[in-house]
Design a protein around this ligand. Structure first.
Ligand code: SPV
Ligand code: MG
Length: 288
């Protein structure tokens, strides 16, 4: 089967991915019209009530990602963090994600165990360029049979190593066979990413995660020319946390669910998201 993300590339100039931490959030993202899903490590960690610091096992993330793949039709881009170890771990891990049906993996050049990128004062240690090139080659080999897209991610800007280091790492990762380069920035304005884009020679397309610099709209991204994927990396969990907090507080305040009932998704809405009708249709066929 053709890789779904490559098909999406052919159909749209800028691919937008929405985060998800379970199949329900992924289904809502698909319903909203996003091109694909970001199976975010940060979101799944948060859903478990844990920091995004290599605490979840690879199979915990893989199991949820597989469940997301099974309940959606759009391409799934899996966040595999550092690849859970060295190039041998990467071979094992990437094969499993490819077999689960993901369209792409994003692997970052940090040391395992990692710390999350946007945390002020977080530990941000990078692996050697040669080591990460080996890991990219391993990812490419492991995903080849499934035409998996390999996105290499540099954390050079997150680690405050500067534009030159980010650019040279990006070039080295392209040389190792990455299909795209994700360059992450924690600056509160788009300037750093814009400067990177201007200096990037375009040998492979870029992916960005504008969490920290939300003013970079899709129109502005298109104008930069070299960016192919934008990832809205944590908006499912942030939307869910904010909405739950508000609703729970109102129920406490009101002393019951009588006021909130009309304001939240109906039980029928959830039935629809669970595809209950489809189950009823097969019940007719098989239940005797
Ligand atoms: C994630 O969503 O898990 C990411 C993006 O990797 S960030 O949290 O900004 O590192
Ligand atoms: Mg992550």
């Amino acid at each position: 089967m053709a890789n779904k993300l490559r098909n999406t590339f052919a159909a749209s100039d800028l691919v937008t991915l929405m985060s998800a931490h379970n199949p329900l959030s992924a289904r809502l993202a698909e319903e909203a019209g996003f091109d694909g899903i970001w199976a975010s490590g940060f979101e799944l960690s948060a859903a478990y009530g844990l920091p995004d610091a290599s605490l979840l096992s690879f199979t915990q993330h893989l199991d949820m990602t597989r469940a997301i793949v099974q309940q959606t039709t759009i391409p799934i881009v899996a966040d595999i963090d550092t690849g859970y170890g060295n190039a041998i771990n990467v071979l094992h891990v990437v094969r499993a994600y490819a077999e689960a049906g993901t369209a792409a993996v994003v692997m970052e050049d940090k040391l395992f165990p990692k710390d999350t990128s946007l945390l002020a004062g977080g530990r941000q240690e990078l692996v050697r360029v040669e080591e990460f090139q080996g890991k990219i080659e391993a990812a490419g080999a492991a995903g080849k049979q499934h035409d998996l897209v390999v996105i290499a991610r540099t954390e050079a800007l997150i680690a405050d190593l500067g534009l030159d280091e980010a650019l040279s790492r990006g070039a080295a990762y392209a040389e190792a066979g990455a299909d795209l380069l994700l360059v992450h920035s924690k600056r509160k304005t788009p300037d750093e990413i814009v400067a990177f884009c201007e200096r990037w020679d375009g040998r492979i397309p870029l992916t960005i995660v504008p969490t920290a610099y939300p003013d970079l709209t899709e129109d502005k991204v298109r104008a930069l020319g070299k960016i192919r994927i934008v990832i809205y990396a944590n908006h499912a969990i942030r939307a869910a946390a904010g909405a739950m907090r508000q609703v729970f507080a109102q129920i406490k305040r009101d002393g019951g669910i009588h006021q909130i009932d009309k304001q939240i998704a109906s039980v029928e809405d959830i039935f629809e998201l669970q595809r209950v009708q489809a189950m009823k249709a097969v019940e007719k066929k098989y239940l005797r």
